[in-house]
Design a binder for this molecule. Structure first.
Ligand code: SF4
Length: 859
């Protein structure tokens, strides 16, 4: 049977309609079979090398296509040398997302004007031309009035085509409002890195690490770099590396560790600060590293600023040779500790030591629930394993050797004081000199952006609807995705000088994915909305027009990739099928809209700028297909023709020793005349002062200066281990945490994959409860419990396990969907986001996913 476009669209419309009323599972097999018959002309068996962009790991894949139908997904064995050895269940089951009969197959228009999380939009199928004309007309009106009134959101969409395209598109349109999802994942970790060493991203040097402290990351389940961290850490443990997992829930990663330390959620900073104190008290300090690479010896004035030389503006240290305050130049031996000069300025290191006076292991025990003895033992073990002062020779280079590292992802970041929590981790590593040492924590693009070492501009009135880098979120360099809805509810309250009128959501289920999630729906009801996605998510149900997209197995892309300590690679994604004959992917839709609205030339010029094309560039007078656009990017980046990428899927290279160890902190920070890694983040003092001044000048009412002063402390404090609900939710005795499983991502479309539902948890995600708590509550295995918090409630089945602290319950997120566009099997489980309190980290804008307290009752 072959389907022409007309009969296919007719058939697919019937399927789309059926999706709204629930279709039995066997229909999926029939739909996949029918949908793929049209490609049968492309006969025989072939294997295609491509890149999985189903989650943020971007694994190389080799895919068997038989008679035009995707049959099996394998890892690409050729890439194992550079990156992933295997793939995960999401990747293996990926074709079921492409052949999913519940996909959006034609543009849809809302007929129910009422918008809300549980309103049925009353979708009516319309033609592509009708949809694009309506959207283009709306865009033309906004562009002529005030283009800032358009807000573009993407989440996983960033990886499907690269955020360079939306950024170029929005800049050409004239809006600053491009909002990515990072504050629902790891933004605070990135910002802590940026404030400390001038860029973000790191990996433990697992080939040489002997002791790895894993603070709440779970790379055997799901997170960025998981498909490298999994095999690299297993190899490291086989070699003898010890892994200690510090986390409230025993994750898959904790289960493989030599030691599990069950810490109370939200309190990591207390443990890390206590470790810092023990390291100092025991003399397990790399003084040379602190003096030579960091700002630890710089003199801090009583107002918190670093003292500077009047003539040169350089930071001052205390020279122990001349007993004078001086910039660090050749011959100066700076004091690390102490108080000096007439102004009695302390070194930054002394400020740290003084601030740690009460941060004892005993104090940390009260907050973290981890015994003081265990904290002390771990600190001493870490300090000794660091082998302070040692070096090793690799390829003729003598390099610092510190085979210890701390790793984290959401674990330390997804908190009210996420930046300060991870700063505490970086400080512990600085104390032993572990950054960029052999076996330590390898940093990515050290000091790539010197502006990160400056006080924030603290913009007011804000230019962006998410308030990024405004007085509200001064160092939010990765957008503040959840704030858009709050601003939309009352733009004037935040001083926004315009009122947004239109939002485009590309491959993000933003409304479903943040803390305090019901508020998101209220905000999104305020504007005219367009959604581009594969399936009718909860966010799509807030749209006026929905446009289909092609899946990652159906479209072209110069794919994102992940580096490792000793390699890097460039890759593409290429189409294998077009299961439902969808004519445009998101890239094509953007191109068409730019043309219709009249900013195509500016868009193409912006593409060159955003992608930083050099030798091969986009021509503003030319029309591009997605394949031609990928050819430009591939050829510019690799100097090889696209045919190479089509055959191999990627091009890899190994990194030499110099690049691996000597071009980061060694090159950027070591010695006189260089900037210094920020043990003491003095730029936060400057940011706070600007905020205080602006608040007074503009009489800003909705910003609590006392709170900001604590939050923007130049050093992490024990207060950063006490999130607001821990202090205030007195009637809620239990800690609530969230985590992510292998079988889902936040984008929403993985929820519809029948294989993943069957594999992972066909019935439900669970409320993990310790037997002690279960006994107290009178709850048995599998019984329904209700979680009540100050903002909402959620209900689900209890899973009784000793792999969680007795005072904590844990629920994985991305479950409990309720979109009318989802089949029943995709709706199972608990939507915990509706019960999570939102106390964003005000430095970075990060969501707080692990700070809520709750009551648990038998339902
Ligand atoms: S880890 Fe992510 S990128 Fe890799 S196979 Fe799984 S879904 Fe695909």
């Amino acid at each position: 049977m072959s389907l022409n476009r007309r009969s296919f669209l007719k058939g697919s419309g019937a399927l789309a309609g059926a999706a709204c009323v629930g279709v039995p599972l066997p229909v999926i097999a029939a739909a996949a079979s029918a949908a793929t018959e049209k490609t049968a002309a492309d006969g025989g068996v072939k294997y295609v090398n491509t890149t999985c962009v189903h989650c943020v790991n971007f694994c190389g894949q080799r895919i068997k296509v038989e008679d035009g139908v995707i049959r099996v997904v394998y890892p690409n064995p050729d890439i194992a040398e550079y990156y992933n050895h295997g793939i995960c269940p999401k990747g293996g089951a990926g074709p079921f997302n492409t052949y999913n009969p519940y996909r959006i197959k034609a543009p849809l228009r809302r007929t129910n004007p009422k918008k809300g999380p549980h309103e049925d939009p009353g979708w009516k199928e319309i033609s592509w031309d009708e949809a694009l004309t309506e959207i283009a007309d709306k865009l033309k009106t906004i562009k002529a009035d005030d283009p800032r009134k358009l807000v573009w959101h993407h989440g996983h969409g960033k990886y499907l085509i690269g955020d360079q395209f939306p950024k170029a598109w929005c800049a050409a349109f004239g809006t600053p409002n491009v909002v990515h999802r990072t504050t629902t994942c790891e933004a605070a970790r990135h910002v802590a890195d940026e404030l400390t060493w001038g860029y973000h991203g790191f990996l433990p040097d697992l080939e040489h690490t002997n002791l790895l402290l894993n603070f709440g990351a779970s790379f055997y389940e799901a997170e960025q770099w998981a498909r490298w961290l999994d095999h690299a850490s297993i190899d490291a443990m086989a070699r003898g590396m010890k892994m200690v997992s510090i986390e409230p829930r025993l994750s898959q990663t904790g289960a493989k560790a030599a030691q599990w330390i069950p810490i109370r959620p939200g309190t990591d900073a207390a443990m890390l600060l206590a470790m810092a104190k023990v390291l100092n008290d025991e003399g397990l300090i790399d003084e040379e590293f602190l003096q030579t690479y960091t700002n630890a010896p710089q003199l801090v004035a009583s107002d918190g600023h670093i003292l500077t030389d009047d003539a040169s503006g350089e930071p001052l240290v205390w020279d122990t040779v001349t007993s004078k305050a001086t910039p660090l130049v050749d011959g100066v031996v700076p004091a690390l500790k102490g108080t000096y000069g007439k102004s009695q300025a302390r070194t930054a290191y002394q400020v740290l030591i003084d601030s740690l006076a009460e941060a004892t292991p005993e104090h940390a025990e009260q907050l973290t629930g981890v015994s003081a003895a265990a904290i002390r033992d771990l600190a001493i073990e870490f300090g000794r394993a660091a082998m302070i002062g040692s070096t090793t020779v690799i390829d003729g280079h003598k390099i610092r050797y510190r085979p210890v590292a701390i790793h984290t992802f959401r674990g330390l970041a997804a908190k009210e004081f996420g930046v300060q929590n991870w700063r505490a981790g970086q400080i512990v590593m600085m104390l032993v000199g572990a950054q960029d040492a052999v076996g330590g924590l390898g940093l990515h693009h050290v000091y790539n952006k010197p502006a990160y070492f400056e006080a924030a501009k603290c913009e007011y009135p804000p230019n962006r609807v998410d308030l990024q880098e405004s007085v509200y979120f001064p160092h939010a360099t990765h957008n503040v995705c959840q704030q858009v809805a709050y601003t939309l509810l009352d733009p004037k309250a935040f001083g926004l000088p315009y009122v947004p009128e239109m939002q485009i959501f590309y491959a993000t289920n933003r409304a479903f994915s943040t803390a305090d999630a019901l508020k998101q729906f209220e905000g999104y009801a305020k504007t005219y909305n367009v959604v581009i996605d594969l399936v009718l998510t909860e966010t799509a149900s807030m749209a006026d027009i929905v446009l289909p997209d092609l899946s990652y197995l159906e479209s072209w892309h110069f794919a994102p990739t992940r580096w490792t300590p000793n390699s890097g690679h460039k890759a593409i994604r290429q189409p294998l099928v077009n299961a439902y004959n969808i004519p445009l992917d998101a890239w094509g839709t953007m191109w068409e809209l730019a043309k219709r609205v009249g900013f195509q030339k500016e868009y193409v010029e912006g593409m060159n700028k955003q992608w930083k094309t050099k030798k091969v560039t986009f021509d503003p007078t030319k029309e591009y297909t997605p394949k031609e656009a990928v050819a430009v990017l591939w050829e510019d980046a690799t100097g090889t023709p696209l045919d190479y990428a089509i055959e191999h899927g990627f091009k890899g290279k190994h990194v030499d020793t110099e690049h691996r160890y000597l071009e980061g902190v060694e090159k950027q920070f070591k010695g006189p005349g260089k900037p210094k890694m920020k043990l003491y983040a003095d730029q936060l003092v400057g940011s706070y002062n600007t905020i205080a001044k602006t608040v007074k000048e503009h009489q800003i009412k909705n910003l609590d200066l006392a709170y900001y002063k604590t939050a923007l402390s130049p050093l992490p404090l024990k207060e950063h281990a006490i999130p607001t609900p821990h202090k205030n939710a007195e009637d809620y005795p239990i800690y609530l945490m969230t985590y992510k499983r292998m079988y889902r991502n936040q984008a929403g479309n993985t929820a519809l994959n029948p294989i993943l539902n069957a594999l992972g948890d066909s019935d439900s995600n669970f409320v993990l409860i310790n037997p002690v708590l279960a006994n107290e509550l009178g709850v048995g295995e599998g019984e329904e419990v209700r979680i009540e918090t100050r903002v909402g409630e959620a209900q689900g089945k209890a899973r009784i396990t000793e792999g969680i602290r007795p005072d904590v319950v844990a629920v994985s997120y991305s479950y409990g969907h309720f979109s009318p566009g989802f089949p029943d099997y995709a709706k199972k489980g608990i939507w915990i986001n509706q019960a999570l309190e939102l106390h964003p980290d005000v430095i970075s804008g990060m969501n707080s996913f692990n700070d809520t307290k709750c009551k648990v009752v038998k339902a």
